[in-house]
Design a protein around this ligand. Structure first.
Ligand code: SAM
Length: 291
């Protein structure tokens, strides 16, 4: 069978199945032959482990995951791709395709049925993400608290810069903080727009998130912390005290006092604070909110 990155093979396959791309589903397929092997390799996957993929498309990354793991589960929303996947992945007997939306699928059940039942306990996530749901998917997987060894994603280059930014730097935002409390984030390599068919308007980058076994900062209540971070970064031009007071419906004076007690300027903006400082402010506000 021809390589799944061979453009004339892809065009013939798509036309034989009458498949047309859906922009709304973020369908840009990888055609640069070096990218998928590199992603699969850098994910850290091994022959005793399981791989979870989101959006296999025609299976170009799925195939590389199957070659390096015991079993692959690929969740694809577009049911029109199922017959194509059945054809392209027919040489492999260690792949399950699940037709579902990754944001709605019952992941604990999938992991139980597909991995644990086969004696596979180490699970690696690897995907060329549909860009319209980059942050929701990443947060959904990290917040699920499922024991993933690592999560390796192709994302838009700007998203990679934000996700891997240092908390407290200009590039950081609410999602940077939400990731940083849960995982080590690394930008691995960039990928030109021409590596995809059809070529998107933007360049991309591959990132790897490695969940922490021990969190880097102490968070007294993760739900409260998440609400606080979203509120703190929502209006970037406002001071942290103003943003948080209006969004969390709390009293600005006590927020200013909490900042002063922690040795912080009361007119500080969220993006200027380190992870430790954000955690300290959130923990103080959480303790006040319980009084
Ligand atoms: N992995 C393939 C590749 O690298 O060529 C395709 C990647 S393409 C950027 C994104 C894929 O995600 C498409 O196949 C699309 O149909 C699928 N997709 C879009 N939204 C999804 C969702 N909510 N859940 C699962 N898959 C989704």
């Amino acid at each position: 069978m021809a390589a799944l990155t061979d453009l004339s093979y892809i065009k013939a396959l798509l036309s034989r199945h009458g498949f047309t791309f859906s922009k709304a589903l973020g369908q840009n397929f990888l055609i640069n032959p070096s990218v998928c092997p590199k992603m699969a390799e850098l994910s850290g996957l091994n022959e005793n482990a399981g791989a979870l993929e989101i959006g296999p498309g025609i299976g170009v990354l799925t195939e590389q995951l199957a070659k390096r793991s015991k079993h692959v589960v690929a969740v694809e929303l577009d049911k029109r791709l199922l017959p194509l996947l059945a054809e392209t992945l027919s040489p492999y007997d260690n792949i399950s395709i699940i037709n579902d939306d990754i944001l709605k699928a019952d992941l604990p059940k999938i992991i139980e049925d597909e991995f644990y039942s086969r004696g596979i306990t180490d699970i690696y996530v690897c995907a060329n993400l549909p860009y319209y749901i980059t942050s929701p998917v990443i947060m959904h997987l990290l917040e699920s608290e499922l024991p993933f060894k690592s999560l390796t994603f192709m994302v838009q280059k700007e998203a990679a810069d934000r996700l891997c930014a240092k908390v407290g730097s200009r590039d950081s935002g609410a999602v940077t903080v939400a990731v940083a409390v849960r995982a080590k984030a690394e930008k691995l390599f960039t990928v030109q727009a021409g590596s995809f068919f059809p070529a998107p308007k933007v360049d991309s980058a591959v990132i790897r998130l490695t969940p922490y076994e021990v969190p880097p900062v102490k968070i007294d209540n993760m739900k409260f912390f998440s609400r606080f971070v979203r509120a703190a970064f929502e209006q970037r031009r406002k001071t942290l005290a103003n943003s948080v007071a209006s969004a969390l419906n709390s009293d600005k004076a006590s927020i200013s006092q909490a900042l002063k007690d922690l040795g912080l300027n009361e007119s500080v903006r969220a993006e200027a604070l380190s992870l430790e400082e954000l955690a300290a402010v959130a923990n103080t506000l959480y303790s006040i909110s319980k009084d």
